[in-house]
Design a protein around this ligand. Structure first.
Ligand SMILES: [Mn+2]
Length: 411
């Protein structure tokens, strides 16, 4: 029998807010402790282990400390990179962890033979019963570019390989797509090679399973929710324990770190002066001690949005003992104020893309640079100077990323 843990989308170092960043790290520690306690054979992480290609020293310290606990317990960790944990040019802290023998990156050493992508299998050998598990996978890329890998994939070789096999991937499959998310890039599960008993997925931050021939496709979701919407919807993250002895058994484990309380408040037709008071009254009825409190205010207001006194609301929340407060007023509108952007433009998750598109169309950017250049450029330039990094090194790093991505040499 084989027994392993499947994690994905750990996003270590995610969240700007220190208080939530800490919870993400805590969730990872909790998961590791449970994994050691359950004495699994090995761990797989299906991408986005780190939130960025070059995480902060604090985050790396935490990651190496926890991974070393697994190493001391003889629990190997097999990973693929996700869309977040490598830079556009392919730089990733995962390489450092791999050199320190804390993880094994199973996407490595794939070859192109006769125009086909030949993945490498990495073997886990169970010393107790000599059972061998073969693991391989395809990394996730930004802007869903991983579909190129599947077009080139040598399926024959993968499917004919003997033994018990696990495939790791980092992308959204059509079959798991939620209604209203039609524009999110996805691909049919039929691109996955057959004859694997387990397909360990990552990328869409959702929990779900689906059958595929003799195997099971599973997404464990993030280990800790990664933004307001995820906290609101999922409340906690988690991961799978997987047992396989010809038959597969999946157990999803919640990783609880903080209680999440959500208040949805609709202001439709209400006077702005009244709203503060009413929200405060509602908050006073909630148990918020040591909790993350999420306030979503929506609808069309009579009066100005700026009339709502967020300071008073915030103060009330913390007086109730909340650990953290966050509000979302994305769908809050005012009858008095003209809408600046159209509904379509503001559509969730596509704001950046839509604004860029509109800009590109207006300014004739395509004449100067290839298509989608602005998005790539923003990705590259959104990198921040690291603590301790000199200005010269930082400039050099950005320039290198730029040259690789656009395939041009400056100077
Ligand atoms: Mn992710």
């Amino acid at each position: 029998m084989v027994f392993f843990a499947h994690l994905a989308d750990v996003h270590l170092g995610g969240w700007r807010e220190e208080k939530l960043k800490i919870l993400g790290l805590k969730a990872f520690s909790k998961a590791i402790n449970l994994i050691i306690e359950k004495n699994v054979d090995f761990v797989v992480i299906a991408g986005d282990f780190f939130n960025t290609a070059i995480p902060s020293i604090e985050v790396i310290k935490h990651a190496t400390f926890e991974l070393n606990k697994l190493k001391k317990n003889n629990i190997p960790v097999y990973v693929i990179s996700g869309s977040h944990d490598h830079s556009p040019s392919g730089k990733t802290m995962l390489d450092v962890l791999e050199n320190a023998e804390l993880i094994i990156n199973v996407q490595k050493n794939a070859k192109i033979e006769n125009g086909k992508l030949k993945l490498k299998f990495y073997e886990y050998k169970n010393e107790k019963n000599n059972e061998i598990i073969k693991i391989t996978g395809i990394p996730g890329k930004r802007q869903a570019l991983e579909s190129q890998f599947y077009e080139m994939l040598d399926y024959d070789y993968l499917e004919k390989e003997e033994g018990k096999k696990i495939f790791l991937f980092h992308m959204l499959l059509d079959e798991f797509k939620k209604p209203g998310k039609e524009k999110v890039p996805s691909i049919s599960k039929s691109v996955l090679p057959k004859n694997f008993f387990y397909y360990g997925g990552g990328h869409p931050h959702l929990v779900g399973q689906n059958e595929y021939y003799e195997g099971i496709i599973a997404y464990p979701g993030p280990l800790f929710p990664n933004n307001f919407e995820e906290l609101e919807e999922l409340k906690t993250g988690g991961f799978y324990f997987v047992k396989y002895d010809g038959k597969i058994q999946l157990e999803w484990n919640k990783v609880f770190v903080k209680n999440v309380v959500v208040l949805k408040y609709n202001v439709e037709g209400k006077l702005s002066e009244k709203v503060t008071e009413e929200i405060v009254e509602k908050i006073k009825t909630l148990q918020l001690a040591d909790s993350i409190f999420l306030l979503r205010v929506e609808g069309k207001l009579k009066g100005k949005i700026s009339d709502i006194n967020w300071n008073v609301i915030r103060k009330t929340v913390y007086e109730r003992g909340a650990y953290f407060f966050s509000k979302n007023i994305y769908s809050l509108k005012s009858e008095d104020e003209k809408e600046f952007y159209s509904e379509e433009l503001l559509e969730k998750n596509f704001l950046e893309e839509n604004v860029i598109k509109e800009f590109e169309e207006q300014k004739n950017i395509p004449k100067l640079l290839p298509k989608n250049s602005l998005k790539k450029l923003i990705d590259i330039l959104s990198e921040e100077k690291k603590e301790g990094e000199t200005k010269t090194d930082f400039e050099k790093r950005l320039l290198e990323e730029f040259e690789k991505e656009f395939n041009i040499k400056i100077k």
